[in-house]
Design a protein around this ligand. Sequence first.
Ligand SMILES: Cc1cc2nc3c(=O)[nH]c(=O)nc-3n(C[C@H](O)[C@H](O)[C@H](O)COP(=O)(O)OP(=O)(O)OC[C@H]3O[C@@H](n4cnc5c(N)ncnc54)[C@H](O)[C@@H]3O)c2cc1C
Length: 333
Amino acid sequence: MLPGLVAGHYTFDESHIDLAPLARWAGAALLATRVERLDAQGRVAHCADGSAQAFDVCGIDIGSTPGMDVPGAREHALGIKPVERFLACWAEELEHARHGTRKDIAVVGGGAGGLEILLALQHAARAAIAEPANQPRFHLLTDTPSILPSHTPVVRRLFEGVLGRRGVAVHTGARVIEVEPSLLRCAGGAEVRADLIVWATSASAAPWIRESGLAVDDKGFMLVDRHLESTSHRQLFGSGDIAALRSRKLPKSGVFAVRKGPVLAHNLRAALRGKPLLPFITKPSALGLITTGDRYAVMAWGRFALAGQWVWRWKDFIDRRFMAKYRRPGAGG
Ligand SMILES: Cc1cc2nc3c(=O)[nH]c(=O)nc-3n(C[C@H](O)[C@H](O)[C@H](O)COP(=O)(O)OP(=O)(O)OC[C@H]3O[C@@H](n4cnc5c(N)ncnc54)[C@H](O)[C@@H]3O)c2cc1C
């Protein structure tokens, strides 16, 4: 629902789950702090507030953030995750844009996340800025030869049409090698000027996972077996984006993160009680619903694609129903 929140279709409360009542209902202590270091051998999590949490069994589900290893990206670009930082910065940027001081906005990353965010930002800017001359120009940069490299040609064509109609400057084959204040330098010498640079490239893992001594894949994601248990440390489980199954590669997507949840919950309890663990079994496919910021969406299912306002309404229904389960803890979900 993040693009919908950015586009102005949802309020903050509609698109967030309040963990405090959920934790109370589950009988869990909620510690609102950030794990910065994990002693996987000694079984202690070291937190940003200076506390250290000892554990017997641990589930790691910290998600992922866009990879920002390009020189200057961390300093001069705004990552779409962590979400709370992104939202706070975008609110400020929109204020600047209203006064016409943000002429060009660039989004780096031509996958579904980058496209959705760009189109949502543009929708929000159009709604907030009355003066047409103050409307920022949007740029999309991707290092691949076309947008949406992991989608089918029909989905790609649909989005190429949307981007064309919305006047977005698309820079394909543009591998950003350096970011300076308001400037993107690409391999081959091309440059794109932008007053705001949003970073939405593919997922990367928090470095403390590798540093903790846990087994990781070539990108630093926590390697887990079919029970979602670390391949190097018993009773440490990984789920969601941060986990990489040893046996098969799955997309980093919310759909798969949600599917892993019940298996993680079962296996955390089973590990404590010395009971058998459940394997994570899933279909490799998932329904893709990609929004265009203006209450319109594209549905991708295998080789098929459909688009329309009704697709957005359908996605809206699915998302709201999912969120409602966590507003009434105990009522299901
Ligand atoms: C713009 C955009 C649109 C997307 N749209 C879709 C979509 O339509 N469908 C889909 O399936 N997927 C979508 N995704 C992908 C989806 O958001 C992720 O795959 C999903 O959120 C992963 O779930 P997760 O639980 O692993 O991590 P997250 O949802 O990222 O949750 C991780 C949580 O851990 C917390 N955390 C992180 N580090 C620490 C730490 N060190 N200590 C304590 N807490 C920590 C974070 O604050 C966060 O609350 C989209 C992503 C983006 C960016």
